[in-house]
Structure formats: structure tokens, C-alpha cells
Design a protein around this ligand. Structure first.
Ligand code: ADP
Ligand code: MG
Length: 699
């Protein structure tokens, strides 16, 4: 159970004064996830992205132009719009003896301005001065304050990431209220280490970051930020080690196959394994044969052929007399796996069943009975580890697309048998640092080699100004019988605009190509989407205008060209996934990245990476450098507990220290019972790594 002292932090933000039923959903959107709405702890961990210097500028004549600042001045003159010209601005001239500034207000009720800036009053005005015809001018100041209000304004005003409808000032107030409710917590870090690093305690660190007294404190290497990053990393490493302990503690079972089923499957395959697949398989068989429990990650780019490796691993376990299960994150993937594996299993005499949430009634009963009797391999979704599911003798769990599952789901399947070996497969290539962070010392096999015969994709970048040429090129390609995906720009967090852009492009291309153009987007009904896809797959339409819905799972081998509009707006991982839609057949494929000038530094780096390589691993490493870890793992969509304060790539030395620290802690105090151990329990709950705590009690 979570220590009661932490309860207030896990209450919804609606508990705070000033946040009513209308605002709660905005905070939920900003800070909540699938499992919960926005809570106080989420607010506290929502660190400012920067701060505005609100210290007083020396005098008006010395104020910098184009920088946010605060000036102190006297209100000298009001200049309301002339009668009959309602759209003209209301101007207010303020001065301080060294110079003057025109404050400009559009559409402001005159009464409000007169009360905000009464003639002859002294005011503190925050905003940005611009030069206009040689005159200093400030359009819509951020704030206008009297002396008292200015005294209350923080000298460095934090700026927060927001969502439409929320304002930074509102978030500031909410954070301040949340800080008031932060309970006293015991110190979980080692006193000597804290002293050596000269780090503040948790409360001081989090307070300093929300009430910065300089711009530097918000840097990733400030003492306050490092302290919090370390807290988070230590919680993560402790949790991993606790999980790991409980898994290896149960002694493994040596599972040694005789190769007869494997041989039958290989014979039924229309291709031979790549060297990378063979290497991964021999790693796995070595693990299975050892008496330790296996915990191995197979990572390989999309299309590198992980499924067959998983099947052969399962075959080895069946040869040794046990059962195996393959768990996929979605219904669709589970079905696809089942359908692909069934013929191979039939050829090798393996009894395979499918179990997902959709199997009901007698089909479900048959599957459940099979699992306790003669089924060899079960394929399914998380339905596989529900309570009513029991296995005769589960020896191996293969988990596809690992990053979508949390640690506890992995464990739940592991408990369905005796010392179940674990094989985890992930399509998103995960860079080394992240493997360590998320999976601890799991063993890793990488499929870096793609099956033979895949043609390289010719990737080119072109300015959007050359759209005419692109359309001309599309015309030639179509005349040649080729098929084209045309992906439309992603507009941040705005599906409506996404859609508008796609529909506009569709209408545009229709003028050139008439009925040869199709459209597919996320808002279409499932049936219409299928129809649009099917028409493209059959070749009735040859250009498919799409939003990013095609990123997942679409497979039309005849498509050989993908045009990505406003490529500068896409992340690297996403571009890589999109490009993966072509190059699937025998034809030579092209990927055109259309970008808008001027191209920023990061966007240039991304596009160059895309042109230079098709290697998902290199791309993932580069993506991490350019973006931060959430996107690489896809955690933002999938809700795997990610990191909020630490950036593993940037806080690498801290990660290494946290690993050592965690090992030492558990070696000395395996059940976290000492005084520090008790304090560390608070840490685990605070960062929601408490699934590990349950294990510790169980074990
Ligand atoms: P992923 O790693 O993305 O899960 P899959 O296992 O789905 O990849 O394999 C992608 C495609 O490549 C499948 O159609 C599969 O049959 C094929 N494939 C797998 N291994 C090989 C190989 N060694 N040679 C040729 N094709 C292969
Ligand atoms: Mg796969």
C-alpha cells in the first residue's frame, strides 16, 4: 500500500483551489494518460520549459529591443481610437524621463485601459519593445502592474508547456498550490553522496525549479534538476533490479530440444534464415538449455523477420515437452501472427490456438481446454494472462512489441508456468542506453540484417516550391503503372487541421488525376477506410492521399513511391516508419521528402539522416539525440511508464551511478527494511515504480 503521506499528491488536480470542472479536462489532456487524469504529482513533475526574466530594465532609453522585459514608467497620455474608427488601436504613451514607449491595444474596451493605466499613475509594464518607425512601441504588454503587484511577481517567471485553453499564469498558480501540499518526506538518498554532489533535498529541488531564481537553474545540469533526475533514475533502477531478482531467484529449468520440429518448420519455409536470425536463435537455444531463467530481448527493425525467430524458439521448447505462448499488443497483430504461423505449425504437427478478447463462447472454451491439455502454442493478446487462463506446462513466453507492455504484464504471463523463460521482441530499435534504462541487464540479440532481396529505397529531399515538378513526376509514374502514397502534413495535436490539409491536397490532385486518386484518413469509418485501402491495393486508384494512418500496418507491395509533404514536421522515427511502407516488393522504390524553406537545424539533420541510411538502429540513435526518449519508445502513445524528469541520454553518468547505487542498496537491504530502505519505498511510490514492491512482498 502506498504510504498515506503521499495520498494528497495522487489526488486529481480538481482538488486544487481555482481549478474547476471546466479546467480539469484541460489539465487531463496536458498531464493525464490512459490510466488516470492529471494529478498533483503530474503537475509537480511538469517542469517549466524556461523562464522569463522579469527583473526591472534600467531605464527606457537603455531597454533592449525585442527582448521580454519590465519597465517602470509614468502614464503620460491616452490616445483612444478616433471616432468612427473602431478598428484603430487604443494607444497609451508612458515615459520615465529618459524616453517614452507607446503601448498599443487592439479591440480593448477603453474603460478597461483607463482603469489599468490611469493618467499620471506609476506602472510596471512587462512585455517586449519593438521599434516602429524609430519609435518604441509595445503591442499588448504581457502584464501591467502597480508596485504591489510587481512586488509579488517572481523575478524569473516560469514558462510551462501548455495545451489549448490553458495559460502559463494559471499553471503557475496551480503548481504553487500543489507545492503547498507537498508533504514532508524522508530523505532517501545517501547523505554522503548528497553532500558530495552538493544537491538540495527533494522539496527544495522541486520548489527551486518551479520558482527559479535564475535561468541557469532550469538547465539539465543544474543541481536541482540533477537531484530530481537522479531520484527518478534510482527509482527505475531499483524497480528493475527487484523484478530481476524475483525472476532469477526462481531457478530456471533446462529446456533442451532435439531439433525435429525446428527442422520441419525450416523445411516448410519458402526462404532460408538470415545469418542474424540464425545467431539470435542460437543465443536463445543456449539460454533455454541453461538452468538459469532466460530473459532476452530480440530487437530488429520492422521487417527484419522476428516472428519466425519467435516461432523457432517456441518450437525448441515444445520439443522439450513444454508449451509456449506468443503475446501481441493488439487484436489485429495477434490474428496476423496466428494466420501466418498456422500453416507452418500444421506442417510441423504443432497444435496452435488463438486466444484474444474476441474469442467467445464455445471457441473460447475449446481454447481454454486445449491450453490445459494438448495445445503446444498459444497466440493471443493480454487475454492470455487473465486469471481463468491456465496452462498445462508453460515453458516460454514470447512477447511481441515489448514496449507496449508494462513490467507487471510481463510478470503476469511469467507466473502462468514454472520458471517460465521470457523472450521479448521489439520492432522499435532501442538504443543501448535505453535498453539499460528500461530493461536492466536483459540480454540482447539484434537482427541488424534484413532478409535478402530487399531493394534499397532511393530517398530524396525537395523543396515544396518544386511541387509542380513533383506532380509532373507523379504523372509519369502513374502512366508507368506505379502506385504512390502521398502523405499529408502533420499539424501538431490537431486532427481537424490534419484532415483539412489532406482533403485539400486530395481535391488538388483530383484535378490532375481524376479517379486515380484515393483518400484515407483516421476520421473515416472503418468500412470506408478498408474500401479506400482495397481500391489502392487492387490498383484502381494509383495515388493514395493519406494522413499518418498509413504509418501502421499497411501493406501494399506494389506501392513504390511515397511522397511525404512537409517532411520537416515529422519525427525521424515516424519518417522511417512511413518510408517502410514502400520497398516491400521487387520493384525499386522512391521516397520523396518535401520540405518547406527555411529548414531549421533539427529538421535538416533529420532529413539528412533519412537520406543517408535505412538502418533503423542508426536512425533510432540519431532520433534520440534530436528528440528525447519518449518518441523513440513510443511511450507517449502506449503509456509505458517513461521518464519525466531524467533524460537518460543527457543524464548518462547519473544513470550509471544509479545502477551501481541500486545494486548496492539491494545487496545490503534486499527487502528495503532499514531506515533508508523505508525512505526508498517512498521514492518507489512517488515515481510509481511500485509494481516492483508487490513482487518483493510476494517473493
Ligand atoms: P518483423 O521483424 O517486423 O516482425 P516479420 O517477422 O513480420 O518482421 O517478417 C517480415 C517479412 O519477412 C515476412 O513476410 C516474413 O515472411 C519475411 N521473412 C522473414 N525472414 C525472412 C528471411 N530470412 N528471408 C526472406 N523473408 C523473410
Ligand atoms: Mg513483428
Amino acid at each position: 500500500m502506498r504510504p498515506y503521506q503521499l495520498d494528497p499528491l495522487f489526488a486529481g488536480v480538481g482538488a486544487l483551489p481555482g481549478i474547476g470542472p471546466k479546467t480539469v479536462p484541460l489539465y487531463d489532456r496536458l498531464l493525464g494518460d490512459a490510466g488516470h487524469g492529471a494529478r498533483l504529482i503530474d503537475l509537480l513533475f511538469h517542469l517549466p520549459t524556461g523562464a522569463i526574466d522579469r527583473r526591472l530594465a534600467p531605464t527606457i532609453n537603455q531597454s533592449e529591443i525585442g527582448q521580454p522585459l519590465v519597465v517602470k514608467a509614468r502614464v503620460a497620455r491616452h490616445q483612444p481610437p478616433p471616432p468612427g474608427r473602431r478598428r484603430a488601436p487604443f494607444r497609451v504613451i508612458v515615459e520615465d524621463g529618459t524616453g517614452d514607449i507607446q503601448l498599443v491595444f487592439f479591440n480593448a474596451p477603453p474603460g478597461r485601459i483607463e482603469s489599468l493605466l490611469p493618467l499620471n499613475s506609476e506602472r510596471y509594464i512587462a512585455g517586449t519593445i519593438e521599434l516602429y518607425d524609430g519609435y518604441r512601441q509595445m503591442t499588448h504588454p504581457d502584464r501591467v502592474m502597480d508596485a504591489e503587484a510587481y512586488a509579488r511577481l517572481p523575478r524569473f517567471e516560469p514558462v510551462y508547456g501548455l495545451t489549448h485553453g490553458l495559460y502559463s499564469s494559471g499553471v503557475q498558480r496551480a503548481v504553487n498550490e500543489a507545492l503547498k501540499r507537498l508533504p514532508d518526506l524522508p530523505e532517501w538518498q545517501d547523505a554522503a553522496y548528497l553532500k558530495k554532489q552538493d544537491w538540495p533535498d527533494f522539496r527544495a529541488a522541486i520548489t527551486q525549479l518551479h520558482r527559479p531564481d535564475s535561468l541557469m537553474i532550469l538547465g539539465l545540469d543544474s543541481k536541482a534538476r540533477q537531484r530530481l533526475a537522479y531520484d527518478e533514475l534510482l527509482a527505475g533502477q531499483l524497480a528493475l533490479l527487484i523484478v530481476r531478482q524475483s525472476m532469477t531467484k526462481a531457478k530456471g529449468i533446462a529446456r533442451i530440444g532435439d531439433g525435429r520440429i525446428e527442422a520441419a518448420i525450416l523445411k516448410a519455409l519458402p526462404y532460408s534464415l538470415t545469418q542474424a536470425q540464425r545467431d539470435a536463435l542460437s543465443d536463445i537455444k543456449r539460454d533455454l538449455a541453461a538452468s538459469d531463467r532466460m530473459l532476452r530481448l530480440v530487437q530488429g527493425d520492422v521487417g527484419s523477420g522476428k516472428t519466425i525467430v519467435g516461432l523457432l524458439a517456441m518450437a525448441a521448447v515444445v520439443e522439450a515437452g513444454h508449451q509456449a505462448a506468443l503475446m501481441a499488443p493488439t487484436e489485429i497483430l495477434a490474428r496476423q501472427h496466428y494466420e501466418r504461423l498456422k500453416p507452418l505449425c500444421d506442417a510441423a504437427g504443432l497444435n496452435i490456438v488463438l486466444l484474444t478478447g474476441r474469442e467467445k463462447g464455445s471457441a473460447r472454451q475449446t481454447a481454454l481446454h486445449g491450453l490445459v491439455s494438448d495445445v503446444d502454442i498459444a497466440v493471443g493478446t493480454h487475454a492470455l494472462f487473465q486469471d481463468e487462463v491456465a496452462f498445462r506446462d508453460l515453458g516460454l513466453a514470447v512477447i511481441d512489441e515489448q514496449h507496449r507492455f508494462g513490467v507487471h504484464q510481463r510478470l503476469a504471463l511469467g507466473r502462468k508456468g514454472d520458471a517460465v523463460d521470457m523472450l521479448v521482441m521489439t520492432a522499435t530499435p532501442i538504443p543501448r542506453t535505453l535498453v539499460l534504462t528500461y530493461f536492466g541487464d536483459m540480454e540482447v540479440s539484434s537482427l541488424r540484417e534484413k532478409p535478402a532481396g530487399r531493394q534499397p529505397i532511393d530517398t530524396r529531399a525537395l523543396s515544396l516550391e518544386r511541387l509542380d515538378e513533383v506532380i509532373e513526376g507523379a504523372r509519369r509514374a502513374i502512366a508507368n503503372g506505379q502506385r504512390i502514397y502521398w502523405v499529408c502534413p502533420l499539424v501538431e495535436e490537431n486532427e481537424e487541421l490534419d484532415l483539412a490539409a489532406a482533403e485539400e491536397r486530395y481535391a488538388d490532385l483530383e484535378k490532375y488525376f481524376g479517379e486515380k486518386v484515393g483518400l484515407v484518413h483516421g476520421k473515416m469509418k472503418g468500412k470506408d477506410k478498408d474500401a479506400a485501402m482495397a481500391a489502392f491495393a487492387r490498383g484502381e486508384t494509383q495515388i493514395l492521399v493519406a494522413t499518418t494512418v498509413i504509418e501502421v500496418g499497411v501493406d501494399v507491395p506494389e506501392a513504390t513511391i511515397i511522397i511525404i509533404e512537409h517532411a520537416e514536421r515529422f519525427g525521424l522515427a515516424q519518417l522511417h516508419q512511413l518510408r517502410g511502407r514502400v520497398g516491400r516488393g521487387s520493384g525499386r522504390s522512391t521516397c520523396l521528402l518535401l520540405y518547406k524553406n527555411p529548414l531549421g537545424e533539427v529538421a535538416t539533420a533529420r532529413i539528412n539522416t533519412m537520406r543517408e541510411t535505412e538502418d533503423g538502429f542508426l536512425i533510432a540513435e540519431q532520433d534520440l539525440k534530436l528528440r528525447g526518449e519518449g518518441d523513440v519508445l513510443g511511450t507517449r502513445q502506449s503509456g509505458m511508464p517513461g521518464f519525466r524528469l531524467a533524460i537518460p541520454e543527457k543524464h548518462g553518468e547519473l544513470l550509471a551511478a544509479a545502477r551501481d547505487d541500486a545494486k548496492l542498496i539491494l545487496a545490503r537491504d534486499p527487502k528495503l527494511e532499514t531506515e533508508r530502505g523505508q525512505a526508498l519505498r517512498f521514492l518507489l511510490y512517488l515515481f510509481e515504480r511500485d509494481a516492483a514492491m508487490r513482487l518483493m512482498r510476494a517473493g
